[in-house]
Write a protein that binds this ligand. Structure first.
Ligand code: HEC
Length: 200
């Protein structure tokens, strides 16, 4: 249950910002990265629906969206932020270039987590006991696997908040897929908190 709330809150914020923002007047690299970020927003929205159980679980769709995110993360993302590219209507903050390493770490982490998300897709959701494609993430199954759900949530939480250490590829591949998705969505959010100005 807690996990669902975290997923909803983080992902809803991302989705709202995607909808509320028009690329009016953006050109060049600023337009390119806004377009790339919008693609991330769409992939994340689709994943959120799956993780919340709004649509039935489909590992293939998880992998497809994870691939979209991977494609626009890492170096593909950082190369769209040449130094001091703050042309209107960019929401990028100048602190990106003063803290470039940190920015880069977050972009790389997103890539690692997108790869991990795809690798974990067959594990299914925590609340369904990690069984793949067991269909609906109903409230009944949440009750029966309550213990597992909360420990999984704690694990995912502690891994994202501190120090920047991530589970390695093998660990990610063995996690419930919504646990990996939580970490991924929090990576979007923590980069935005630090490096994207709030205009709403
Ligand atoms: C390494 C930092 C970083 C990461 C990671 C990151 N973003 Fe962003 N994002 C930004 C910055 C900076 C901007 C503002 C870019 C600009 O306006 O020039 C932005 C803008 C956006 C926008 C608004 C695009 C627009 O139309 O202006 C959306 C939507 C978005 N990001 C979604 C996501 C999602 C979803 C993820 C995770 C899957 C993500 N971002 C990961 C830094 C990041």
């Amino acid at each position: 249950m807690t996990t669902k709330i975290i997923v909803s809150a983080v992902a809803a914020a991302l989705v709202i910002s995607a909808a509320a923002y028009a690329h009016n007047g953006a050109t060049g690299v600023v337009k390119e990265r806004m377009d790339a970020m919008s693609t991330l927003g769409k992939a994340t929205k689709s994943l959120t629906e799956i993780m919340r159980g709004d649509v039935s679980y489909d590992a293939e769709v998880v992998r497809k969206n994870a691939a979209q995110i991977q494609k626009h993360a890492g170096n593909s993302m950082t190369k769209l932020f040449p130094e001091d590219s703050l042309m209107k209507p960019s929401e990028a903050r100048p602190t990106i270039w003063a803290n470039w390493e940190e920015f880069e770490v977050l972009a790389m982490r997103l890539e690692t987590l997108a790869v991990g998300l795809a690798a974990s897709a067959d594990n299914g959701l925590m609340a369904s006991g990690g069984a793949p494609a067991s269909g609906m993430m109903g409230t009944d199954s949440m009750t029966s696997s309550g213990g597992m759900t909360s420990s999984g949530t704690m694990m995912a939480g502690s891994m994202t908040t501190e120090s920047g250490t991530l589970p390695d590829a093998a660990e990610l591949a063995s996690m419930p897929t919504d646990g990996v998705f939580n970490m991924l969505a929090q990576t979007c959010a923590s980069c935005h908190t630090q490096f994207r100005s709030e205009k709403n």
